[in-house]
Every structure is written in structure tokens, then in C-alpha cells.
Design a protein around this ligand. Structure first.
Ligand code: C2E
Ligand code: CA
Ligand code: CA
Length: 622
């Protein structure tokens, strides 16, 4: 009878083992709630054992509860043991009968011994061998038999006589085997976790990686409880990180990425996952409470936190980040890939808008992104198909005489007509396309300067040089060789560069500019005043000219202070000035008759095709 009972209880424990596996896979045994559930399940298993017991005499029953309680303590520790013992004890007391006090004592004592061995196991590296476990089982059963002697009347001794030997033979063995099985599961789990760590962590930042984020995103989408728009994904990208990484090397780059992660962690509330996805891309997943206000709060905090420079070793770095945001789910069958694409599209918009900002995804953006991709494909083709056109816009001196022109590119698209640079230059700047375009414009300009009618004039041409082109290895040599091959007098060529480029990497920039300036080339700072406007670099670099951006000129009739102060700086530093966007006589009046101030704008002429510009040149200037 008792053997059958033993098999019965062992089956219950094996069922528990399966449950344990499920709990472990949900990582529950490590949480308080998981332990409570586990404790209740052990208690329940003991109760099921008691429902169908060996009945010795009315009120006196036997079952495998001692094994179940001992295992609960040994595997789960004090909380699991406590919950299961209380559950089982309450049931045993409710059953009543003469054996109730001893029966309850068996439950409590077995659980306590289990907990004792739980601590012994912890000290032995989480695992006890078969012999120790057999000893553990034997101790539990000996104590149980000892408690039996306290049963009313002769019942205890009669039971010991009848089944004592069998109990001592089989119960410790069963305890040992079951404990070994549980231990094995635990060990496997510790291995499932280490692999998890490897597969789901980024080693550089110590943060969860892309796989972890995607898994979490999938979880969010799968368990959406209908409370729409309460989750959000923010993709973060460090502005101009690649250039920094290339200039300072990977060790600094990695340290910087780590520091960025550390900066971000304190900004995240509970229920937010921070992950590093790739090179300089991070993600924050707000798993709940992602109201518009909360998102704004987070993105503002992200931008603010980078106002302080990041220290790496002895160096300090000023970084800015761009952020693309999307809420989720946006539709019933939203998918992680789709969410990532939306956030990425928004991020692209943030970047294209100059960086250091957050942009929310809007449905039109996806279409826009698709169009851009199409445009990029066509643009690559355009260069081979000879669809680029060089336009020129006059620059005049204080007396209204043309002294030269700025070269501005256009794209003669076979279907869309003439496309202005504002629609394709920013796109080209995201890839090597800009280098190809700038190279074409530069060579075309050299050709113009050395062919009739410009060859024998003193007119100067300005070309725009984008940062990516400027930073190409061998840029200076390429410029020198091109000038030489066309026989261009370098003094007739001005390179327009932007403030951002100057700030980027002062020593490399200075070296390149010095080399080119030594050839006789002139440098002009384009869009002066819209960027960093640090005067410090002006002193250190061979700059010959400032171009005042058209927004300042257009504002000047109302408020001339900005233009006046730029003119003062230029005059102090003995630089030429070209005022852009001169559209009205009022604009012109402010600038007329100033020493070394030149004008460019629609008042004197829009950019026109180079051939047309050359044809319209007044006789005297040719
Ligand atoms: P940018 O270098 O600041 O060029 C001046 C822009 O202002 C030109 O626009 C010109 O047409 C416009 N502009 C001139 N006068 C006036 C005026 O009186 N009023 C107004 N509202 N606008 C005026 P565009 O040709 O559309 O060029 C836009 C930008 O595209 C340029 O700005 C430059 O950043 C870029 N770009 C143009 N060609 C090239 C190129 O060959 N290489 C590179 N890297 N960038 C280029
Ligand atoms: Ca320009
Ligand atoms: Ca400009």
C-alpha cells in the first residue's frame, strides 16, 4: 500500500518538476511572486496526496507529504517552504482526527529540514551529491517516524511496525532522486541564462542589445492590452560620431559609447528598456505610460543631459544626439520590424534637420523616405547620364561691378525638370554622392575659369565644398592636381566651407586649409552666423571671407545689429564679406559703399546656367 502511495506522491512531484520548468523559463523563481506561486503549488501537491491517503484507522492517514515538504524547502528556500507548509498544515488541521497534531508536525518539521539543507547546499556551491541527499531524505523520514510515536494510543508503533522498514528503504531514495532532478534543471537554467547573457547583451556598453530589444518589442506588441499609444520606441543616434571615431580611434570611441549609456540610464523611469543597437545607435523602449507628455519629458532630458561634456580619460567631448520616436502599436498587426522602421524614419528626419533634435514619426514620412531612396538611385544615375548643370550667380562690389560668381549646381531631371540643390544636396550629403557631385562642380568650374571668355579676365569663382568632400583623404592633393591639370590660377578660386566643418576637428582642418591656402586658394565661411560663430577659430585658420547668410540680410532693414556686428568682426580681422540674399534696394543700401563688402542676390540676378551667365557679362568685365 505504502509503495503505491509513494509512487503516487512521486508522480505529483514530477508534475511539479514540469511546472518548475515553466516557472523557470519565465524567470519566476527569482521573484517574490514566483516563489509565492511555487510555494502554493507545493502545498497543493501535498494536499492532493492527503486527499487519497493510506488510512490506518479513522483520523490517522499516511502519504508522501514529508517528501514534498522537504523538497519544497530544499529547492525553494524559506519562502517557498513557508507558504507550502502553511497551506498543507491548514488543510491537515481542517481534516481533523486524532492524527492531526502529529500530521501537521510532520509537515512543519520536513519543511524545516528542507530549508536547513537549502542553506547547506548554498554553501556547497548550490549542489549536493547523491550520498548527502540520501542522508537528507533519511533524516526527514527518521524524524517523521519519531513523530509517529506521538500518535494516540498504540497507533504509532503499529504503523512503524507495518511500514517503517519500507519507508526507510524507499522514501530517502525518492527524495534523493527528485532533489537531483531539480538540481539538474536549475543548472541547465543557469547555462540557458549565461547563453542569454551572451546573446542579449552588448559587450561595449553592458546594455541589452538589438536582439533583446526586438524580443522586448515583440513581447510589448503581443501583450498589448488595448491601451493604445501607451508604449513608445525612441531611437537615438549620436551626431557625427563616425568622424569622431575615425579621428580619435576605437578605444576612445568605445569608451565614449559606454559613457553615453551611463548618461542615459538615470533618465529612464521604471519599465523602460535601454539598449545599444549598433555602432552609435541606442534605443529606449517605454513599455508603459508613454503619454505624449512623458515622451516629451524623456526626449528633453536626453538632449539636456548632453549639454554637459562627456569625460573620457583626460578628454572632454561635446556630443549631441538625434532622436526618432514612434508610439506602438499603430495598427492591430503592428510588428517589431515595422516599429523599428518608423522610429528609424523619424530619426532620419531629425538628422536631416541638422541633428540635436527629436522627431516624432508621422505617416507621410514613410512615403517621403521611399521617395528619397528613389531620388538617390536616380541621382547616382544622373551623374553618369550627364544631367548635372552648373549655374552661376553674380557677386558685385560696392560700385555695382561684377567681380565674380558663385557656382551652384542644378539637376536637369528628364521627367521632373530642373531640380534645385536644396532637394538633392542634403540627400547626397548622406553618402559618397556628395563627393561625386562636388568633384564634378569643382572640375567644371576649373574648366570655365580657363576657357574663353573667363580665361583672360580677373573674375573669381566660388565653389561649395561639403565637409565629407573636404575630409576625404588626399583632398588637398586632389585639388592641387586638378588646378594644375587645367592650369587654373588658384587666386581666382574661392572654396566655400561651413562653420560646422571648421569646428569639427580643428587641427586636421587647419593643416588642410593651410596647405591649400599656400597655393593661393581663398577660403570663405558660408552661412556665417548660423552655426557656432566662434571667433576663436577665425584667428587660427587661413580665412579670407565671410558670407553673411540671407536670413540676416533679409532681416537687416528692421534690425541691422547682427549684420553690423558681423561687418565689424570682418573689418577688425581684415576679411572680405559677401552678403547673400540681397533682394531689395533697402538691403543693398545698407551694404553699399562699405569697404570690402560684396553683394550677391536676386536684386542683381538669380543663378543662371553658366553659358547664359557668360553671355550676359557686360563687355568691360569679360
Ligand atoms: P548656399 O551656398 O548658401 O547658396 C546660396 C543660395 O541662396 C543659393 O540657393 C542661391 O540661389 C540663393 N540665393 C541667392 N540670392 C538669393 C536671394 O536674393 N534670395 C533668396 N531667397 N535666395 C538667394 P541654391 O542655388 O538653391 O543653393 C542652395 C544650397 O545648396 C547652397 O546654399 C549650397 O549649400 C547648396 N549647394 C548648391 N550647389 C552646391 C554644390 O555644388 N556643392 C555643394 N556642396 N553644395 C551646393
Ligand atoms: Ca555657398
Ligand atoms: Ca550661404
Amino acid at each position: 500500500m505504502d509503495i503505491i502511495e509513494l509512487v503516487h506522491n512521486t508522480a505529483l512531484l514530477i508534475a511539479l518538476l514540469a511546472l518548475y520548468q515553466v516557472l523557470i523559463s519565465r524567470r519566476l523563481p527569482h521573484s517574490r511572486n514566483g516563489q509565492l506561486i511555487f510555494g502554493l503549488l507545493f502545498g497543493l501537491a501535498a494536499i492532493i496526496g492527503m486527499i487519497d491517503p493510506v488510512v490506518h484507522s479513522p483520523g490517522i492517514i499516511f502519504d508522501g507529504r514529508s517528501i514534498i515538504m522537504a523538497i519544497a524547502g530544499y529547492i525553494g528556500g524559506p519562502l517557498v517552504a513557508g507558504v507550502s507548509a502553511v497551506t498543507a498544515s491548514l488543510y491537515r488541521l481542517w481534516l481533523g482526527g486524532g492524527g492531526a497534531p502529529v500530521g501537521t508536525a510532520v509537515i512543519l518539521v520536513s519543511a524545516a529540514i528542507g530549508v536547513l539543507f537549502f542553506y547547506i547546499r548554498k554553501r556547497q556551491g548550490n549542489r549536493l551529491g547523491p550520498l548527502s541527499l540520501f542522508g537528507f531524505g533519511l533524516l526527514v523520514q527518521l524524524l517523521m517516524l519519531a513523530l509517529y510515536t506521538q500518535l494516540p494510543g498504540e497507533a504509532g508503533w503499529q504503523v512503524i511496525d507495518a511500514i517503517g522498514a519500507n519507508i526507510l528503504l524507499f522514501y530517502p531514495l525518492a527524495t534523493m532522486l527528485i532533489a537531483l532532478l531539480f538540481q539538474d534543471y536549475e543548472e541547465q537554467e543557469r547555462d540557458k541564462q549565461m547563453l542569454h547573457q551572451l546573446a542579449y547583451r552588448d559587450p561595449v556598453s553592458g546594455l541589452p542589445n538589438r536582439s533583446a530589444l526586438l524580443a522586448e518589442l515583440k513581447h510589448c506588441l503581443d501583450t498589448d492590452d488595448g491601451e493604445q499609444q501607451q508604449q513608445a520606441l525612441c531611437l537615438l543616434n549620436i551626431d557625427r560620431f563616425k568622424r569622431l571615431n575615425d579621428a580619435r580611434g576605437h578605444i576612445i570611441g568605445d569608451a565614449l559609447l559606454h559613457a553615453v549609456g551611463q548618461r542615459l540610464i538615470p533618465l529612464l523611469g521604471s519599465n523602460t528598456l535601454l539598449a545599444r543597437l549598433s555602432a552609435d545607435e541606442f534605443a529606449c523602449l517605454l513599455k508603459s505610460g508613454a503619454s505624449e507628455g512623458r515622451i516629451r519629458e524623456l526626449t528633453t532630458a536626453i538632449h539636456d543631459t548632453f549639454n554637459r561634456p562627456l569625460s573620457v580619460g583626460a578628454d572632454e567631448f561635446d556630443l549631441t544626439v538625434s532622436v526618432g520616436v514612434t508610439t506602438l502599436p499603430l495598427s492591430e498587426n503592428d510588428e517589431p520590424g515595422e516599429v523599428m522602421r518608423r522610429a528609424d524614419t523619424a530619426l532620419h528626419h531629425a538628422k536631416r534637420g541638422g541633428g540635436n533634435q527629436s522627431v516624432h514619426f508621422a505617416p507621410g514620412m514613410a512615403k517621403h523616405a521611399e521617395n528619397q531612396l528613389q531620388l538617390e538611385r536616380e541621382l547616382r544615375h544622373a551623374i553618369e547620364a550627364d544631367e548635372l548643370r552648373l549655374f552661376l550667380q553674380s557677386q558685385l562690389n560696392g560700385e555695382g561691378r561684377i567681380i565674380g560668381a558663385e557656382a551652384l549646381v542644378r539637376w536637369q531631371h528628364p521627367q521632373r525638370g530642373l531640380i534645385p540643390p536644396g532637394l538633392f544636396i542634403p540627400l547626397a550629403e548622406e553618402s559618397d554622392l556628395i563627393v561625386i557631385i562636388d568633384t564634378w562642380v569643382f572640375t567644371e568650374t576649373c574648366r570655365l575659369l580657363t576657357s574663353s571668355p573667363l580665361a583672360h579676365s580677373e573674375l573669381r569663382l566660388s565653389v561649395n565644398i561639403s565637409p565629407r568632400h573636404f575630409y576625404q583623404p588626399g583632398f588637398s592633393r586632389w585639388v592641387r592636381d586638378t588646378l594644375a591639370s587645367y592650369g587654373v590660377d588658384p587666386r581666382r578660386l574661392t572654396l566655400e566651407i561651413t562653420e560646422g566643418l571648421l569646428i569639427e576637428n580643428l587641427s586636421e582642418t587647419a593643416a588642410k586649409m593651410q596647405a591649400l591656402s599656400a597655393l593661393g586658394l581663398r577660403f570663405s565661411v558660408d552661412d556665417f552666423g548660423t552655426g557656432y560663430s566662434s571667433l576663436a577659430y577665425l584667428k587660427q585658420l587661413p580665412i579670407h571671407e565671410l558670407k553673411i547668410d540671407k536670413v540676416f540680410i533679409q532681416d537687416a532693414p528692421n534690425d541691422p545689429t547682427l549684420v553690423e556686428s558681423i561687418l565689424a568682426v570682418a573689418s577688425h580681422m581684415q576679411l572680405d564679406v559677401v552678403a547673400e540674399g540681397v533682394e531689395t534696394p533697402a538691403h543693398a543700401e545698407l551694404l553699399r559703399c562699405r569697404h570690402r563688402v560684396y553683394q550677391q542676390g536676386y536684386l542683381y540676378g538669380k543663378p543662371v546656367a553658366a553659358a547664359e551667365w557668360l553671355q550676359n557679362l557686360p563687355q568691360g568685365t569679360r
